[in-house]
Design a protein. Structure first.
Length: 73
């Protein structure tokens, strides 16, 4: 009987993964600064702050995040 490996090759993960959203990039780039300003904040609290910052952005700035996303690949 042949045993199958549970190892997933990295190239297979990238091949089937979805593109990263502009919000996800914004979150990644913003959370470290917020965590630095609020070191005792939980992940949920940081997430709420980032979400409120994202909501406050106008469409033009959100679109810039999307353009950056297309060039970051």
């Amino acid at each position: 009987m042949e045993m199958r490996s549970n190892v997933v090759h990295v190239e297979h993960v990238f091949m089937f993964s979805r593109p990263v959203s502009a919000y996800a990039l914004f979150f990644r780039d913003t959370q470290a600064a917020i965590k630095g300003q609020n070191p005792n904040a939980s992940f949920g609290e940081v997430s709420k702050i980032v979400a409120s910052m994202w909501d406050a952005l106008d469409a033009e700035h959100k679109n810039v995040s999307s353009v950056f996303l297309s060039f970051s690949r």
